[in-house]
Write a protein that binds this ligand. Structure first.
Ligand SMILES: [Zn+2]
Length: 238
């Protein structure tokens, strides 16, 4: 059972003998027409005479994996959060999709605070874990939410019952952001979405300005990261 969309697409690429890029493109096209991720992959499997049951993502397991990483270490979790908070407001291919960020914040608020330790995380470790979190959260929202060309449009039909509340919340927050309003993730004040910094209001952003974790992202441009479904240069070489 795959944990991320990337693992799943790699598995079907391997089993069909098609390049990853081709698979990603076909799945993307199907999803643009309103098919779910799993639905699109299942159809592809059937078309190639493969057992579609072999190509599933267990959203609960994907969620547990996110929880596991966020519970590991306090500083590490803070650093990952800081990088993601900035990426969600980035432009272009560095951008972390807002729905995935909302899911991340929800999981973060539900896990017990991670223990503080004395080990210092290297930027490579943070980079790798952040990439992993991006893959896991983008996969999670692509499975539990219903998507169209415009983005999230509701809860997926086959969303597991205990994850429906999370899917609804991701949908509501996405709608709010699209309508140009935002509730600051730090103080909760409703502000113009255009004026936010890392989804915080300007005041909270200034207060956080001296926080060392905001400096954790110095190496975030070091590697190409893509959310699920975007075909990056590195995928094309696969
Ligand atoms: Zn605020």
């Amino acid at each position: 059972m795959s944990l991320t969309a990337r693992d799943l697409l790699q598995k079907i690429a391997h089993d069909t003998g098609l390049p990853y890029k081709t698979i990603a493109k076909r799945v993307n096209e199907a999803m643009m027409k309103g098919e779910g991720l799993i639905e699109a992959v299942e159809a592809l499997a059937k078309k190639h005479g493969l057992d579609s049951k072999e190509y599933q993502i267990n959203a609960r397991k994907t969620m547990s994996e996110i929880e596991k990483i966020l519970k590991e270490d306090y500083t590490q979790t803070l650093m990952i959060s800081a990088v993601l908070g900035q990426m969600v407001e980035a432009k272009g291919k560095d951008r972390f999709p807002a729905p995935a960020f909302f899911a991340f914040l929800e999981v973060l608020s539900s896990v017990p605070q991670a223990p503080k330790d004395v080990k210092s995380e290297t930027s490579t470790e943070i980079e790798d874990l952040t990439t992993r979190i991006i893959e896991l959260t983008t996969t999670l929202v692509s499975v539990i939410c219903e998507w169209s060309e415009e983005g999230v449009i509701g809860v997926a039909k086959d969303c597991p019952p205990d994850l429906k509340e999370l899917a609804r919340l991701v949908f509501r927050k996405t709608m709010m952001l699209q309508s140009g309003l935002w509730a600051c993730i730090s103080c909760g004040r409703i502000v113009d979405a255009k004026s936010t910094r890392a989804l915080m209001c300007e005041d909270c952003d200034i207060k956080m300005g001296n926080d060392p974790v905001t400096r954790a992202d110095s190496s975030r441009h070091a590697r190409d990261r893509t959310g699920y479904g975007q075909t990056s240069k590195s995928d094309e070489q696969n």
